[in-house]
Design a protein around this ligand. Structure first.
Ligand SMILES: Cc1cc2nc3c(=O)[nH]c(=O)nc-3n(C[C@H](O)[C@H](O)[C@H](O)COP(=O)(O)OP(=O)(O)OC[C@H]3O[C@@H](n4cnc5c(N)ncnc54)[C@H](O)[C@@H]3O)c2cc1C
Length: 435
């Protein structure tokens, strides 16, 4: 790496998952020049639903209808949890800003409000979440009105993997007696043994396939007040496809998220890519950060990259590298390590305490609360409890004291910590000369 090839910025963000993308958006909105390193592959696993906080405490599996009430309880009972350290005003602002950016990039969400909404899953369970894509909201509205016994038709496509309208209807049958299901052939794919959601989504962007599909569903409607379909209603032109189905069928239409890799995950990735690009964030898409060096307390950080020419110099750096799946943390037989800098990781005293004896233990496993400890400005701490470097920050699932999967707070953690950290980054950089 030569100095001539280095690119400079105010803030370099390592990791382009939900947390890194959010951090890049919020950095650009604050007028900071930003380079985002990494590809957004981890977003492909997303369902498109933006959880804020659904379950607390984990051991009791208590579900919350009002996430901001849940956050108050979390702050009282788990003050070290990253979400407990951010005030509700900031969390609201973070979510509003995030969904506004997605909306401007063509991926619309229903107004956020104060509630968690219930959404159907592909196996017929009900998931509570906060941010719901507009294409799924009619299903959430019906679940709110189950006492009125709404009639609804679920349709799936023969050959579509891991999605069965019959199974969803069977699982919900007791609670939703007027939920019917039908299976149809996807037009043009009648000879295919297996169908893939992304292929169907692309096919439905052509008017002819869309019209033929609507024509197949319409005679099945009966008294249905709404129609649910697997989430295949378009990719780049999803809004147009969804609107065409509603107009053609004459009733609200909602999508049900499919298993990952899902079309809503593809849409989310595309919208975030477009949103950061529209804000002038520079990308190092196919690169990973191999090493990070700091030139003195008041100086800059230099990122050495694999997979891209040249390095990056930055006045501040945000670690958004995730936990084990993102590879921000790695575990060997003895301990858990932070992958790039070897920053101390908060973890159980020895490996025997990583997991409970019972894999399904309601309280979860200690390894899923391992991560970086940070100060009040979201800067990871060294072994002496001091900031590792004065302008190094950490956001998202790499942080300690949270179990986002069980707490149903993945996006909330990513978006809110990115927002909170970026407030400190902006404040700190404004107080120093431009690099
Ligand atoms: C199957 C699945 C389903 C989910 N469903 C939901 C849901 O329904 N609702 C919800 O709110 N959330 C959901 N989430 C969670 C959410 O999408 C995020 O995964 C979670 O919030 C963690 O985000 P993160 O950005 O902190 O970490 P990650 O998503 O793990 O991203 C970290 C990124 O950093 C990159 N990286 C690591 N090291 C380097 C390096 N050295 N250089 C460059 N890049 C690097 C990784 O490649 C990765 O892309 C789901 C996640 C999964 C896996």
């Amino acid at each position: 790496m030569t100095r001539a090839k280095q690119d400079s910025c105010d803030v370099a963000i390592i990791g382009a998952g939900m947390a890194g993308m959010a951090a890049a958006l919020f950095a650009a909105e604050r007028g900071l020049s930003c380079i985002l390193v990494g590809n957004g592959g981890s977003l492909l696993f997303a369902s498109g639903l933006l959880d804020l906080l659904g379950v607390h405490p984990v051991a009791e599996r208590r579900r919350w209808r009002l996430p901001y009430d849940a956050l108050v309880a979390l702050a009282r009972e788990e003050p070290l949890h990253p979400l407990a350290r951010i005030n509700a005003v900031s969390i609201r602002s973070a979510f509003q800003s995030f969904v506004a950016a997605l909306g401007a990039a063509g991926l619309r969400y229903a107004p956020l409000g104060e509630r968690n909404r219930n959404v159907l899953t592909s196996i017929g369970t009900i998931k509570a979440t906060h941010g719901v894509p507009i294409s799924m909201i009619a299903g959430a509205d019906l679940l709110d009105a189950l006492d009125a016994r709404p009639s609804c038709l679920l349709v799936d496509f023969r050959g579509l993997r891991e999605f069965s309208a019959a199974q969803i209807a069977a699982t919900l049958g007791d609670r939703w007696p007027r939920l019917r299901h039908q299976r149809i052939e996807f037009p043009g794919y009648e000879a295919a043994a297996e169908l893939y959601a992304a292929h169907l989504a692309r096919a439905l962007e052509t008017g002819k396939t869309r019209e033929r599909t609507i024509a197949l569903v319409k005679p099945l409607l009966g008294d249905a007040r709404a129609v649910g379909l697997p989430a295949v209603l378009g990719l780049a032109r999803a809004g147009e496809v969804h609107a065409a189905f509603e107009a053609g069928l004459g009733v609200p239409v909602f999508e049900i998220p499919t298993m990952p890799t899902s079309v809503p995950g593809l849409r989310l990735l595309a919208a975030l890519e477009a949103a950061v690009s529209a804000r002038g964030v520079r990308r190092r898409h196919h690169a990973t950060v191999r090493a990070l060096a700091f030139d003195g307390e008041g100086g800059t950080a230099t990122l050495a990259l694999d997979g891209a020419a040249g390095g990056v110099r930055a006045r501040a750096v945000v670690l958004a590298t995730g936990r084990f799946t993102g590879r921000g943390l790695t575990a060997d037989r003895r301990q858990i390590r932070e992958s790039i800098l070897g920053i101390p990781v908060h973890q159980p005293g020895s490996r025997e305490f990583w997991h409970q004896r019972d894999f399904l233990d309601a309280s979860g496993h200690a390894i899923n609360r391992a991560g970086l400890l940070v100060d009040e400005a979201w800067r990871p701490l060294d072994a002496g409890g001091e900031p590792f470097w004065p302008r190094l920050y950490a956001v998202g699932s790499i942080l300690a004291h949270q179990d986002w999967m069980r707490e149903k707070c993945g996006s909330g953690l990513a978006i809110s910590t990115a927002w909170a950290a970026m407030q400190h980054v902006a404040r700190q950089l404004r107080g120093t000369a431009a690099g």
